[in-house]
Design a protein around this ligand. Structure first.
Ligand SMILES: *Cc1c(COP(=O)(O)O)cnc(C)c1O
Length: 427
């Protein structure tokens, strides 16, 4: 019998799993080749099924802000598991988690725990519709809010990477209720409000866009959304599934000083286990069943393993100086990358917010969906493989963020910058 390879593992998976992946972003379609099968990870490093080690900048698409297999998080999971993995009844850990979120994110007075970011955004929009009695929502082209029907209209992330930002299977009715605006363009939102302002339940936005690559909100954009929503009694939803506990304890809303009505959280929240949340003003949240009429539920919601992991993770990021250190290191990460790319013969630009960063192969500036799409994705594919060959694992798509963790130390960063220099020279 020959030893398995990534190709043979992928071929085996493809026989029973569509495309061999349980989430399309894991496929290597846009960069070419077979996805790498992983076996274990520790700190900033991930090890594949053949035992080869990489420096990991995917970080499970954001959750691993402490690095992989962080000791106190692992210990909390092990301890919780020994006490039973699910009760379907109330636990004090759920209240502790809700209190911790409320304490960190000032706009959140009450919160519901769910199992995925998709569930959080779907539920937040249903709640906004129930609260306002209106049906339409505004989303931004290239933003991704999970795979709920209302959001798969010009969506980012895998939907954008694989060229079907609007999915078949979404009913015309759902599509009609989703209005599209342009990121960083308040006029595009104004026009929608002018046409049908009294029908818009909510504007949902990634305050830092992270799913068409990283796009930073220009000054005035987020405050402008706040003002437009206030003028029409429309709810403003910040989808902070990536930015929550990433840019700081209070997420992007703390970083930019704009408070939404509702917030969705995920990714980091569960410390690597399936946990997400949505929360906001108490009068809105109290529309939820069993207090109010808006229904939302979950058998495994607030699962004891997930809350244990999340609380252990929160205990670390709440230590004084955690984000100062992470953001300062991210700043020098950007400087290193700029140094490595200087004089490159290909067009490039870097967008960064805190520890989220994208190198676009485009002249830039990249500030909206149209400018993100100008990136040379073929070039990115070659860059991706050149980095992989040098032991650096990046997202297999131009339209994703690179994530830094607290475990990415100076040595790791220096090696990465050197690899970028070599990879770019060979393009
Ligand atoms: C990842 C993501 C989601 C979806 O979360 P899942 O846990 O994958 O369902 C929603 N919104 C944003 C901004 C995301 O990045």
């Amino acid at each position: 019998m020959t030893a398995p390879s990534h190709e043979s593992r992928h071929a085996r998976a493809c026989r029973v799993i569509p495309g061999g992946v349980n989430s399309p972003v894991r496929a290597f379609r846009s960069v070419g080749g077979s996805p790498i099968f992983m076996r274990s990870a520790k700190g900033p490093r991930i090890t594949d099924a053949d035992g080869r080690e990489y420096i990991d900048f995917v970080c499970s698409w954001g959750p691993m802000i402490l690095g992989h297999a962080y000791p106190s998080v692992v210990a909390a999971i092990v301890k919780a598991a020994a006490d039973g993995t699910s009760f379907g009844a109330c636990t004090e850990a759920e209240t502790e988690m809700a209190e911790a979120i409320r304490d960190c994110v000032p706009s959140v007075e009450k919160v519901r725990l769910v199992c995925s970011g998709t569930e959080a955004t779907m539920s937040a929009v249903r709640l906004a519709r129930g609260y306002t009695g209106r049906e339409k929502i505004v989303k931004f082209r290239g933003c991704y809010h999970g795979h709920g029907d209302s959001f798969l209209i010009q969506a980012g992330s895998g939907a954008l990477t694989f060229g079907n930002p609007s999915s078949p299977g979404v009913t015309r009715g759902s599509a009609q209720d989703t209005l599209l605006a342009e990121y960083n363009d308040l006029d595009s939102v104004r026009a929608l409000f002018k046409a049908c302002g009294d029908e818009i339940a909510a504007v949902i936005v990634e305050p830092v866009a992270g799913n068409m690559g990283v796009l930073v909100p220009e000054p005035g954009f987020l405050p402008g959304l706040r003002a437009l929503c206030d003028g029409r009694k429309t709810l403003l939803i910040f989808d902070e599934v990536i930015t929550g506990f990433r840019l700081g304890l209070a997420g992007a809303q703390g970083y930019y000083g704009v408070a939404p009505d509702l917030t969705t959280l995920g990714k980091i929240l569960g410390g690597g286990l399936p946990l997400a949340a949505y929360g906001g003003r108490a009068d809105i949240m109290d529309q939820l069943s069993p207090v109010g009429p808006v229904y939302q539920a979950g058998t495994l919601a607030g699962n004891p393993l997930a809350t244990a992991a999340g609380l252990a993770m929160l205990a670390e990021v709440r230590k004084p100086g955690f984000y100062d250190t992470l953001n300062r290191r991210s700043e020098s990460w950007e400087a290193d990358l700029r140094g490595a790319l200087k004089g490159a013969s290909v067009p490039w630009c870097i967008n960064r917010a805190g520890s989220l960063l994208t190198v676009f192969f485009a002249a830039g500036p990249v500030r909206d969906y149209a400018s993100a799409l100008k990136s040379d994705t073929k070039l990115y594919g070659r860059f991706f493989h050149a980095m992989l060959d040098r032991g650096i694992y990046l997202a297999p798509s131009q339209f994703e963020a690179a994530f830094l963790s607290a475990a990415h130390d100076d040595q790791v960063m220096a090696r990465t910058a050197e690899a970028v220099k070599q990879a770019v020279a060979g393009l």
